[in-house]
Design a protein around this ligand. Structure first.
Ligand code: PGA
Length: 258
């Protein structure tokens, strides 16, 4: 983390978990144990049908709600899809784009790029995900792969909008597996992402952008991961489904920094 230059963000990714009623129940417990003073932004990206309940529960707080995906088109014949302005109107401030689970369903870098552009246009903060597979890591092509995903995903994002983008580095082999990247492994990639941003934009923008780590981050390993200079927060799946665990991660983000 480096709170002097950029925001620390702790974001939950609920994936396909919890009903609207369970959302209401979760948020009531969560609000009752959430530390009052805190230095990080807190976000929940929840299933589309849970957005109204989450937004309602968090109305009087600084906790932001987001979608887990969106369609790049503004409207039209896309059965089952959700447009950026629908998320905005429902009260969302964020949207996850290009999660590896969606990429596994066929989402391409071009799709990710179109969604990032549409999200920014609508005023949403995209949380753009990238990450390598175990095969790619073992082949020694992690940095090249991530660089390609970042460059392709950010194509045509103008300089005055880049600071609105949050990047989440999520090694696929660490997601939902309990096998977290070591703080050093995660830092190495997050630092290289910042270098890519520096080359594409400027040092100032690279310094200001928040880069999150995701992949089995939990209440036990969060502190060490967040202590890395280029890890500005977490995108948390499993541990965001339990209020007590998620609050402990927020507390880890409240650590004093140099
Ligand atoms: P996990 O998921 O924390 O359950 O590994 C992270 C994610 O997929 O965003």
């Amino acid at each position: 983390m480096n709170r002097k230059y950029r925001k620390t963000i702790i974001a939950g990714n609920w994936k396909m978990n919890k009903t609207p009623s369970e959302t209401k129940e979760f948020m009531t417990t969560f609000k009752s144990i959430l530390p009052k003073g805190r230095w990080c932004d807190v976000v929940f990206c929840v299933p589309a049908v849970c957005i109204p309940a989450a937004v309602r529960a968090m109305r009087e707080t600084r906790v932001g709600i987001g979608g887990e995906n969106m369609n790049a088109n503004a409207s039209g014949a896309y059965t089952g899809e959700i447009a950026a302005n629908m998320l905005v109107d429902a009260g969302c401030k964020y949207v996850i784009i290009g999660h590896s689970e969606r990429r596994a369903m066929g989402e391409t870098d071009a799709d990710v790029n179109a969604k990032v552009l549409a999200a920014l246009e609508a005023g949403l903060t995209p949380i753009m995900c990238c990450g390598e597979s175990l095969e790619q890591r073992e082949a020694g092509i992690t940095e090249e792969w991530i660089t390609m995903q970042i460059k392709a995903g950010l194509l045509n994002v103008p300089e005055d909008k880049i600071r609105k983008v949050i990047i989440a580095y999520e090694p696929i082999w660490a997601i939902g597996t309990g096998r977290t990247a070591t703080p050093e492994q995660a830092e190495e990639v997050c630092e290289s992402i910042r270098t890519v941003i520096r080359k594409l934009y400027s040092s100032k923008n690279a310094r200001a952008i928040s880069i999150l780590y995701g992949g089995s981050m939990n209440e036990k390993n969060a502190f060490e991961l967040l202590a890395q200079p280029d890890i500005d927060g977490g995108l948390i799946g499993g541990a965001s489904l339990v209020p007590e665990k998620f609050v402990q991660i927020i507390e880890a983000a409240n650590q004093p920094t140099a």
